[in-house]
Design a protein around this ligand. Structure first.
Ligand code: DX5
Ligand code: ZN
Length: 228
């Protein structure tokens, strides 16, 4: 089956001393999505940045802002991130008590709702909300840090989710986040992913345009024209 593949570089591995320039360089490399990792030091051990940073970046960039909230009770911050300029807000199913309510709340702000699942969290958690989700993010590392190794059993999980989505007849995208490299991108896409997040394997290998092309070339081998 032919489908569009999107590469979403994770800013966690960008140069934080010159983020404005990094954003411009992504656009020059024909990148369409930026993956923004929001960590609160509670849901995950690490702390990154919040809505103030997203709002500053929004002034510098027209990219699609894919905001991955690794935050306890993320519903508390939905309005803040929506006002800051998020295009999509992704919450962890494990971090919110009323997932359906949180997704509806995101949608009410005019932002695309998405759910993330940690590697060990079963797909069953999202079965009933699937049609409400613009995207499901499957973590392929335990969240909190960039530069970790891809956990191999997640490939089976991607396949199962692909089946669930196709069976339900919905258009929900599958994003895979953690340890994605040009070497494993082909298998991840073959298993059913639409969106590949890449931090360290992207930003450490400029020029970005070449790196983007390499990722997409590998996906394109089997899946025809990409959306980029
Ligand atoms: C991890 C984050 C990822 C991370 C990916 O908690 O959600 O987005 O930055 O980085 P790499 O590609 O280096 O694993
Ligand atoms: Zn992420």
């Amino acid at each position: 089956m032919e489908r569009d593949i999107i590469l979403a570089p994770s800013l966690l591995s960008a140069d934080f001393t010159r983020l404005g320039e990094e954003m411009a360089a992504l656009e020059e490399a024909d990148i369409k999505w930026a993956h923004l990792d929001i960590m609160d030091g509670m849901y995950v051990p690490n702390i990154t940045y919040g809505p103030v940073m997203v709002s500053a970046l929004r002034k510098k960039s027209n990219l699609f802002f894919d905001c991955h909230l690794m935050v306890e009770q993320p519903e508390r911050y939905v309005v803040d991130f929506a006002e800051a300029g998020a295009d999509l807000i992704c919450v962890h199913a494990e971090a919110t008590k009323h997932l359906e309510r949180t997704l509806s709340h995101i949608e009410d702000q005019g932002v695309k709702p998405a759910v993330a699942l940690n590697p060990a969290t079963p797909l069953e958690m999202i079965k009933y909300v699937l049609p409400q989700c613009h995207m499901v993010l499957l973590m392929s590392v335990n969240p909190g840090f960039g530069g970790q190794m891809f956990i191999p059993f997640v490939l089976d999980k991607i396949r199962e989710l692909r089946e669930m989505i196709d069976k339900a007849g919905c258009k929900t995208l599958i994003e895979v986040d953690g340890g994605v490299t040009p070497e494993n991108a082909e298998n991840i896409v073959e298993a059913g992913a639409d969106v590949l997040v890449s931090g360290s394997a992207f930003f450490k290998f400029p020029p970005y345009k070449k790196r983007h092309e390499l990722f997409l070339f590998l996906a394109k081998n089997k899946f025809g024209p990409t959306g980029l």
